[in-house]
Design a protein around this ligand. Sequence first.
Ligand SMILES: [Zn+2]
Ligand SMILES: [Zn+2]
Length: 403
Amino acid sequence: MIDAHSSEHGMASVSKPLFGKISHVDCSKIAHPWSATCGNGFLYMWWSSFIGSAKFLVLIYVAQYLMKRKKFTIEHIKETLLHYFRESLFGACMGSTFVTSMCFFRNSLQRFSYYFLALFPAFVGGIAIFLVDSSRRGFSTTTFQYLALEAMYKYLQRIGIVTNSSLTETLGFMACSSCLLYMLRAGHHLNLRTLMWFFTPPSVKLQTTTDSSPCPHEGECRSYIVSSSLKYFGLGFTLQMVRNIVKDPRQLILHPTSLFSCLLSLDTYLLGIFTGGYALSYKLINCFLCQWLGKDSPLYAIPAGFIAGSFYAVQPNLPIVLIALANLLKVTSQYLTCIGVIPNYPWEELSFMVCSGLLFHVRTMHPQICPKQAIRLMSTMTGTRADDIYTAFKKNIDIVRFL
Ligand SMILES: [Zn+2]
Ligand SMILES: [Zn+2]
């Protein structure tokens, strides 16, 4: 309903001249429509974002726990609770800093200005990422990066530079996968904890004289390849099943037999075929090259990752390409920092701030290219106050649009 409505009315871009017509509006009319004073605007945003983020993070923490399955010790529970609190605080501070920066720029510039409405305030708000423990920043940064990349991709589509074809996407994924796996194998210095990627290749084996096999794994090649491909197939299959159940839990409770039709449908297996086939072809090629050339090398990841990437065609899904690209940019910047080509700045955090600014700007000024998931994320993490701001903004724009 909301989407149908917004595609009818709200999807047009807001140009600078149009925006100029509402620049005189008071900050309480856009930045904090829920309260007349800036102070209350800040407090309400802080609290809603704290609660909204805390609720959202419960799901993320449960999912992450299921994937890692660490043992529950008192130490671990304490540490997890501390991380959880810090990340909820991050949501609260990011939302409230965003609102207060809007007020600050509105009142110091005497008017709203195009780039100081959302772009710059959200950039400033992004500084809250430093509240999150450095080992846990990867999740937020990668999410924002891939959403920003999606917005850019949609923009390039709109101006006709790229066309929407699954061949382009598949080739793009193959290239990203090839470079990413090479970087992961070549770099020993990389901080893999901040990575958000389903497949990590085994590290390169150093040749020893006592060992006869040149492969980076224990035991025989065939059984290793089969067992690890099955493991990755299982991962993809489980994820898809969880997705199906979460999508419509009532249907499964009322009609338990629908589980069978779900198991009989090919769609349920596609994600597993992608993850399993990816692992299978990567490992097959790597083992083949190891055996043929008699030693292991990170260079094998280039053809192996490229061919493995072709399994993307089984289930084309743009976010996967963009997440691969975000990870590639991350490891490349880590590598370039490590070898001293670029200065040691907090690139990851800076890119989070830039992506945050970009996404909030796109949401207000070019809603038609804003990823739906970004809108949902903003809404959940601010306890729907981001929607209140957008609705207030749109109301002001709609009044002057046809004047
Ligand atoms: Zn204000
Ligand atoms: Zn092998």
